[in-house]
Design a protein around this ligand. Structure first.
Ligand SMILES: Nc1ncnc2c1ncn2[C@@H]1O[C@H](COP(=O)(O)OP(=O)(O)OP(=O)(O)O)[C@@H](O)[C@H]1O
Length: 337
């Protein structure tokens, strides 16, 4: 997705309407029988933002999106999109929003071009205008060479790109991506993330749901972390990682780990900036530091004094997974396939 630029969203916000958030959700509750899938969620997305909704499978992201678009009824709460209440029959409002759903939703009997045209026709009736929009959307996702192909001939990554073209061809002001990179090869994944950034640069507000914290960290201005239908934390990736008690993680590959006792681990744990130290079954030493500065040389000195020889040493700043772990006691990845 690196070809011709997609022009600014057709109804780019006027300066006056910039004050109206793209999305305002207040006290949303959605139950499926006994199960509370969304539990009192409130969320505001200012215009121009890329908001990441991050949470493990089943945390309520898709249900939130479906309620937001009035594709599902809900039990309590209010939803306003681009300043207006969203209802099942808000057709004019829906024209200003694009959804790229989690499951690829295209028509098998139509070609790539016909698919994009069919989705665009839901919102744009004028054929000439639509022709231009369709060609732009196909170029935007880099599918020009495949325009005459049917979906069955496309790889998983290309199918995802077609799914995106179908969701954005009508140039929506707000675009919602629901886990668009699941089961996608790295090249297509990068192309998708790049394309989303470009859409945002051209004026679209983005909501991006994912259980891949790396993508959310890379792409999003602000992140809302969900668990069991609730918002458990919100902020920029930097704010979120700064608010927890975990600092950098130092990992060191221990050579002949079986020859070392536990004594040096105890010494490491006594260092002022060390929060925890452990060795996994493969002989990898993991030292979790406290936030702020830490002294790698202290750690290496303890190892050297104890006669421990190390291979590769790495140091990583805290991630959104650490944030999730600290708040919920579970890792995002445990539940995310
Ligand atoms: N139609 C439904 N009927 C009953 N329960 C449902 C239905 N859809 C979703 N759920 C349940 O609601 C909860 C939230 O699901 P939802 O799909 O919104 O989560 P998610 O964070 O989007 O996860 P995923 O990435 O797996 O889709 C889960 O426990 C799920 O099993």
């Amino acid at each position: 997705m690196t070809r011709s630029p997609h022009p600014r969203s057709s109804a780019a916000p006027s300066p006056a309407s910039d004050d109206v958030p793209a999305v305002a959700i207040d006290g949303l509750i959605k139950r499926y029988g006994e199960l509370v899938a969304v539990d009192g969620l409130s969320l505001t997305v200012p215009r121009g933002e890329i908001l990441g909704l991050l949470g493990p499978n089943g945390s309520g992201k898709t249900t939130t999106i479906s309620c937001l678009l009035s594709l599902l009824s809900y039990d309590a709460g209010q939803v306003r999109v681009l300043g207006k209440p969203m209802t099942p029959t808000s057709y004019a409002l829906k024209r200003r929003v694009g959804l790229v759903p989690q499951e690829v939703a295209v028509l098998d009997e139509l070609t790539v071009r016909e698919n994009v045209d069919a989705f665009c026709a839901l919102y744009v009736t004028d054929r000439t205008a639509r022709h231009e929009l369709v060609e732009e959307a196909i170029a935007f996702v880099g599918l020009e060479k495949f325009a005459r192909f049917r979906p069955a001939k496309l790889s998983g990554g290309l199918l995802r790109r077609l799914n995106i073209a179908c969701g954005i061809a009508h140039r929506p002001e707000l675009v919602i991506f629901d886990e668009p990179t699941v089961a996608v090869d790295p090249q297509s994944r990068n192309a998708i993330l790049e394309g989303i950034s470009r859409l945002n640069e051209q004026g679209a507000t983005i909501i991006y749901t994912s259980h891949y914290m790396e993508e959310v960290e890379q792409l999003c201005d602000r992140v809302v972390i969900m668990d069991a239908g609730r918002q458990v934390a919100a902020g920029t990736p930097r704010e979120l990682t700064a608010m927890i008690g975990t600092g950098d993680r130092v990992n060191a590959e221990l050579l002949a780990p079986e020859t070392h006792g536990e004594v040096f681990l105890e010494r490491l744990r006594r260092l002022e900036h060390v929060r925890s130290a452990s060795i996994d079954s493969e002989g990898l030493l993991a030292v979790e530091c406290r936030p702020g500065s830490h002294n790698l040389s202290d750690i290496l000195s303890v190892l050297s004094e104890a006669g421990v020889t190390v291979g590769r040493v790495t140091s990583q700043p805290p991630t959104l997974n650490d944030v999730f772990l600290e708040i919920t006691g579970r890792a995002l990845r445990d539940e995310a396939a």
